[in-house]
Design a protein around this ligand. Structure first.
Ligand code: NAP
Length: 456
């Protein structure tokens, strides 16, 4: 950063860290530039001909200084204390399945304010915890100095298609993925209706890792818009110690359901057991081979998984929590119980999925698509964290300069739970103001951290 902007940023940071009053924060000059993590339009084709696994986020994610855009009336600037790595940043960084510049260009055509987003760099990141620095003239419920977390549902509230459920809005977007000015920066720009109160018992890095995955899992398993779990429901959860899965397990337990977690190592299984997931399947140890080759699935392997689930819980799952996609969808549809639901929000291993439709229709099963969450669901999911009913699955913390490295870890499935990224926060452990709740949660807050340390 230029010396003046560096000085301004550190003045601002000092004020935020000192818990300065709104008056002092308002009087502290706003920097014109911010440090941020971005991909460049000129790199869109840099991985042409490279297989997905070899496309390296460390090469495409840059950390540098970018201008802070003008603030729209319904927006705020947030001083980002911490952010997190979501898989969408991995997708952006490898330009798969599409370059995200197409999203920015489309947003750029929508309105005067949208135009700001269509740039030759894309600042990524769809989670943030921090402090409101400035509020636009139309912002009513938030003020400078408020400590917030940010959810990533970016919706035009004047679009009638989203009035019942904002996820149904025809121009719904994910902030920091389909918009610019995301959370992996010192200052981000968000709509005021993306803000939620920061859970006071959490550090900045703990508070920053929840909104995206927690809200997504909440809609899938706790909302009437997904496949809501009721008492006694058995739920098969793929990737149960990953970003989505670690929240899914907690929502199932909170609803009185019985999670069956699938993971790929014994150490992940131990993490899950400590989280309260009694039934765990280690897919590596069981060596399921759902695909015989690239084109052919093996029903006997689906059956083997089904038998293993029955051996654990005595019956077929009412709900399957799906996101790996191509590698598991056939098995998921097969193992769900008669009348059961497969709720899916992703396809990490490939989106051209294949399943045997006979198992779906003859056994009256339902496949339910889901995507992030509407405002109500995001708020409810955040409330579950505030109420200490859901704990953040923070496993590791990187600094902003090492975001590429952190994304690489997630891309290669080397992590558990969520990876936090320190932005303005100078070190871990800051931001707690409710010590009582923290003490009450005790070791539960550090399950993923401890297991990650034991692994490495
Ligand atoms: P994550 O932290 O990487 O966790 C995914 C887990 O899935 C991994 O821990 C891994 O667990 C398991 N997995 C990966 N490949 C698998 C395979 N081939 N077969 C079986 N299990 C596999 O990622 P995440 O944050 O949970 O996100 C998962 C996917 O959901 C990503 O594609 C992401 O983009 C998407 N997503 C979508 C939304 C939405 O709103 N639509 C929201 C969040 C995430 P084990 O190796 O331990 O089995």
């Amino acid at each position: 950063m230029a010396p003046s902007s560096l000085a301004q940023m550190s003045e601002l940071l000092d004020a935020v860290l000192a818990g300065a009053s709104p008056e002092i924060l308002s009087a502290t000059p706003m920097p014109e530039v911010t440090r941020a993590v971005f991909v460049r339009r000129e790199d869109e084709n840099m991985f042409e001909g490279v297989v997905s696994a070899d496309k390296d986020p460390r090469e495409s994610l840059h950390v540098g200084e970018v201008p802070i855009p003008e603030l729209a009336p319904n927006e705020v600037y947030v001083a980002v204390m911490a952010s997190s790595i979501n898989f969408n940043t991995v997708w952006t960084s490898i330009f798969e399945p599409l370059s995200t510049f197409g999203f920015l260009d489309r947003l750029g055509k929508e309105s005067v304010w949208g135009k700001r987003h269509a740039l030759d760099y894309h600042v990524v990141g769809s989670d943030a915890a921090g402090v409101v620095l400035r509020a636009g003239s139309a912002v009513r419920n938030w003020k400078i100095g408020d400590e917030v977390t940010v959810h990533c549902n970016y919706v035009d509230d004047q679009d009638p298609s989203g009035h019942d459920d904002s996820m149904l809005a025809s121009n719904q977007r994910i902030w920091g993925f389909e918009t610019n000015f995301g959370g992996l920066a010192d200052v981000c720009v968000v709509k005021a209706n993306q803000l939620m109160p920061k859970p006071r018992h959490l550090t900045w890095e703990e508070a920053a890792v929840n909104a995206l995955c927690n809200s997504t899992a909440y809609r899938m398993l706790a909302s009437r818009n997904g496949a809501p779990v009721t008492q006694g429901d058995k739920v098969l959860i793929w990737g149960a110690s990953g970003g989505l899965g670690s929240f899914a397990v907690q929502h199932v337990l909170n609803s009185g359901g019985v999670p069956v977690g699938v993971v790929s190592s014994e150490s992940k299984a131990e993490t899950l057991r400590e989280l309260g997931c009694e039934h765990v399947i280690n897919r590596e140890a069981m060596n399921y081979r759902f695909w015989k080759d690239e084109h052919t699935q093996d029903e006997s392997e689906w059956r083997r998984l089904g038998k293993d689930i029955r051996a654990l819980i005595g019956e077929d799952p009412d709900i399957v929590f799906e996101h790996p996609g191509r590698s598991t969808m056939g098995a998921s549809v097969f193992v769900a119980k008669r009348g059961g639901t497969i709720v899916t929000c992703a396809a990490t291993s490939g989106y051209m999925v294949e399943y045997d439709n006979r198992h779906l229709w003859m056994k009256l099963k339902t496949i339910k698509g889901s995507h992030f969450s509407n405002y109500r669901e995001a708020w409810a999911a955040n409330q579950a964290i505030i109420d200490a009913k859901v704990v953040p699955p923070l496993s590791a913390v990187f600094d902003l300069e090492s975001t590429g490295e952190a994304a690489f870890e997630v891309q290669h499935n080397r992590h558990e739970g969520k990876i936090g990224v320190l932005c303005l926060a100078p070190r871990e452990g800051l931001g707690v103001s409710d010590h009582e709740t923290r003490d009450r949660l005790g070791d539960r807050l550090t399950i993923f951290r401890r297991h990650d340390k034991e692994r490495s």
